[in-house]
Every structure is written in structure tokens, then in C-alpha cells.
Design a protein around this ligand. Structure first.
Ligand code: DC
Length: 232
């Protein structure tokens, strides 16, 4: 087991399917505890976006892995928002499109791409206090994290949440279209051979169908403090 696998501080691993609310909750938890927040989905999204810009097909595993290895990721909290800066460019907004989300899911299937990002993610987790969210944080990236959470919600509720978010960004789609796309992405993320979306055996399962992000976040903060997390 490489030494870098065990974070030096308190790490909170949050996994779950698309639109389970994990990003919103992870941000609230990180703000409350004053921890760093590493959105690993944004790393796969950045690879997909930059591949498209460079004309690299989302199926070209070797070239995608080379691209992933060449990227310098910086996560920060500035002007009240968490940002991801890749090779000096703030990609926080451009990576949030639906197309890039689908592309991220496609590039994330490829073992060489995952291997290229794994070391970076473990390196970024070497902080006093950190919250990571994704699909394989508790199972692969940080299997020794002192607190792992698996967040889930009914597909129809996740589709409604995503639909509301898209409407807010001026994107017109029906709820059933959004639901179909989410189901397809969940299937791709859970059925891949390498590091599929899966609940770690020792993760706390949270069904957020009927809960607000704040309620979920305060539960996680309470659990973290119970397990020895100290505010940053
Ligand atoms: O959480 P998100 O929607 O931003 O993630 C985009 C895609 O990236 C998701 O469909 C699957 C992939 N992903 C992954 O495979 N492993 C992670 N740790 C995070 C994201």
C-alpha cells in the first residue's frame, strides 16, 4: 500500500450517484469544518473538456491518460465559492455542461485515465482536513478514510433536482429526458470494470430523498466530530 494512500489529516470521503446532492453537501461540510474540498468529478470533467478542445476523442485511452498526467489541478475557496483551476485556467464553470458530464463519465471508464488521476487525488488529500467527493473515494482513493459516506436518493428526485438546476441555467429539457440521461450515466458509472460506483462496506449510507442538503451536511459534520475531526 503506497504511503500516500493514508491522508495525514482527517479525510471525509463522500460517494454517490449523479445529483445525489453530494457536491452541495460536501461544500457545506468543508465550509463548516474549514476543510479543503476536492471535487474529483471536476477532474474527469476537465479531462473531457480539454480533450474536446484538443481534438482528442473520448475513447482514445492512451492520449487521454497522457493529457490527464499533464494537468496541474488547484482547488481553492475564493470569493465565497470553491474553484478548480487547471493549468492556470479557471474551469469551474465551463466543465458544468451536460455534454462535458457525459464525456467525463466516458473518459472515467478507462483504467489508464483513472490511474493517472488516482495519484493526483491522493496527493491532494494530504491536508490537515479534507472533503473529497466522487464515485470511488471510499473504495479506491482513500480506503482508510476515518469517515465515509454514501449518499443516494430516488432517481425521480435526483432527476427533479437536476432539472431545476438546468432550468436555472436556462437549459430546456423535460424531467423525463433528464431522468433517462441520469439513469444512463449511473449505469455507465456503476457497471464499469475499474473502480465502479459502489458503497464501501464501512460507509454510512444516507438517503437524501426527503432531506435538505443542510440536514445531511450537519449529520456528516456531527459524525466527523464524533470520530475526532478537528475544525481547520
Ligand atoms: O460527480 P460528477 O457528475 O461531476 O462526475 C462526472 C463523472 O466523472 C461521473 O459520471 C463519473 C466520473 N467520476 C468517476 O468516475 N470517479 C470519481 N471519483 C468522480 C467522478
Amino acid at each position: 500500500m503506497p504511503e500516500s494512500q493514508t491522508p495525514t489529516g482527517f479525510a471525509i470521503a463522500i460517494d454517490g450517484p449523479a445529483s445525489s446532492g453530494k457536491g452541495t453537501v460536501a461544500r457545506l461540510v468543508a465550509k463548516e469544518l474549514r476543510y479543503a474540498y476536492i471535487d474529483t468529478g471536476s477532474m474527469y470533467r476537465s479531462v473531457a473538456l480539454l480533450a474536446r478542445r484538443h481534438g482528442i476523442p473520448w475513447e482514445d485511452e492512451e492520449t487521454l491518460a497522457e493529457l490527464a498526467e499533464s494537468l496541474d489541478f488547484r482547488f481553492s475557496f475564493r470569493d465565497g465559492a470553491f474553484k478548480v483551476v487547471v493549468n492556470g485556467e479557471d474551469l469551474s464553470q465551463p466543465i458544468r455542461t451536460e455534454v462535458v458530464g457525459q464525456g467525463a463519465s466516458s473518459v472515467a471508464v478507462q483504467p489508464m485515465v483513472r490511474a493517472a488521476l488516482l495519484g493526483v487525488q491522493r496527493g491532494l488529500a494530504q491536508r490537515e482536513g479534507v472533503v473529497l467527493d466522487g464515485r470511488d473515494i471510499g473504495t479506491v482513493v482513500l480506503p482508510d478514510a476515518p469517515l465515509k459516506v454514501f449518499m443516494d436518493a430516488k432517481l425521480v428526485v435526483r432527476a427533479q433536482r437536476r432539472h431545476t438546476e438546468l432550468i436555472g441555467r436556462g437549459i430546456e429539457k423535460t424531467v423525463s429526458q433528464v431522468q433517462q440521461e441520469l439513469a444512463a450515466r449511473d449505469h455507465q458509472d456503476s457497471s464499469r470494470a475499474t473502480a465502479p460506483l459502489k458503497q464501501a462496506a464501512d460507509a454510512v449510507y444516507l438517503d437524501t430523498t426527503a432531506l435538505t442538503p443542510e440536514t445531511v451536511a450537519w449529520n456528516i459534520v456531527a459524525l466527523a466530530r464524533e470520530r475526532g475531526a478537528i475544525d481547520g
